[in-house]
Design a protein around this ligand. Structure first.
Ligand code: ADP
Ligand code: MG
Length: 347
């Protein structure tokens, strides 16, 4: 029982500049366990592929040499098993289990910081394996020197072999990972959408994967394809201030629509429709104009608020009303009245 996830293979691991060193080191260890680098210490931030790479070593070795004993264990589990063994007076079988193997993969070793008894036991496990030429691989969210209250003798052992870091993926790597993942999961997404996701989600590969799953779920639910708009809806991150600002704006956009529609006697829904009736078209243009001049909304946002795909529609509306205003005093007065009404309501 090696506890390996069969999905975590080298084949499924996308290599980019941010992880190529760690990948090369892991591959070397997998091809030559106990001989290439011992121990191999991989460190990096959350969700960057440490566990994947570590288990890829295990899967590779098991595939090539099925008789070899590989144990993958989190530091937490190692610790709990040790405590259990101590409680039940079973420490010798605990030791036998961990010293009688070819490869020990121990994940998130930073958690050993401050755990004195575990550090002592692990020190002996490490020595036994190392002296027998068995491979040890460790991962951590930080380098050995930054793990607090780690005994000096353990720290120095962690540094005996090779230390390889994984950095957050660059844009190209994020795109490649998303493409591969979409392929594996059978999710249909355009290159544009993939690039947009890679632009919004930057630091964490687990989040990249999660994003695809979430998009697929949402798209399936709504019976629509995965579009850039859906990506923005789900993942564009807004600060609380931005959200408050957006909300304030939404309220006043709504207000502009209501005010204009009652002034022109045009049903509010018609403003959002494609109707080209003269009165409707004028009311719509005036509403867009006010949204720009008073609300100072981006053209694209006004277009969206009026169900228009093309923001140049708004641009034309604003110009047209500006022209009208100069030529037609009645319209000018109407606009002044509307502006006053909307401003009063907002303030
Ligand atoms: P960590 O242990 O560093 O927190 P994981 O190894 O659990 O991160 O990786 C998080 C997820 O991202 C996993 O599903 C893993 O398969 C995936 N992943 C990470 N790096 C890569 C990569 N380079 N190529 C493909 N998938 C990756
Ligand atoms: Mg991990």
């Amino acid at each position: 029982q090696s506890n390996l996830n069969p999905k975590y293979t080298f084949e499924n691991f996308i290599v980019g500049t941010s992880n190529q060193f760690a990948h090369a080191a892991a591959l070397a260890v997998a091809e030559n366990p106990g001989k290439a680098y011992n121990p191999l210490f991989i460190y990096g931030g959350v969700g960057l592929g440490k566990t994947h790479l570590m288990q890829a070593i295990g899967n590779y070795i098991k595939k090539k040499s099925p008789w070899k004993k590989v144990i993958y264990v989190t530091t937490e589990t190692f610790m709990n098993q040790l405590i259990e063994a101590l409680k039940s007076d079973n420490i010798s079988s605990f030791r036998e289990k961990y010293r009688n193997i070819d490869v020990l993969l121990i994940d998130d070793i930073q958690f050993i910081g401050g755990k004195e008894r575990t550090q002592i036991e692990f020190f002996h496990t490490f020595n036994a394996l190392y002296d027998a030429g068995k491979q040890v691989v460790l991962t951590s969210d930080r380098p050995p020197k930054d793990i607090p209250t780690l005994t000096e003798r353990l720290r120095s052992r962690f540094e005996w072999g090779l230390i390889a870091d994984i950095q957050p993926p660059d844009f190209e790597t994020r795109v490649a990972i998303l493409k591969r993942k979409a392929e594996l999961e059978g999710i249909e997404v355009s290159d544009k959408v993939i690039k947009l996701i890679a632009t919004i989600i930057k630091s964490n590969i687990r989040q990249l994967e999660g994003a695809l799953i979430k998009l697929k779920a949402k798209a399936t639910l709504e019976g629509k394809p995965i579009t850039e708009r859906l990506v923005r809806e789900l993942f564009s991150q807004e600060s609380p201030e931005e959200r408050a600002e957006k909300r304030r704006r939404e309220i006043s956009l709504k207000l502009i629509k209501t005010t204009v529609s009652s002034e022109f006697g045009v049903d509010e829904e018609l403003l959002l429709s494609s109707s080209r009736k003269k009165q409707v078209a004028l009311a719509r243009q005036v509403a867009m104009y006010l949204a720009k001049r008073i609300g100072n909304y981006p053209y694209t946002q006004i277009a969206a608020a009026f169900n228009r795909d093309d923001h140049t529609t708004v641009l034309h509306a604003v110009r047209k009303v500006e022209e009208l205003r100069k030529r037609d005093e009645k319209i000018n007065q109407l606009l002044e009245k509307l502006e006053l009404k909307v401003r009063e309501e907002v303030e």
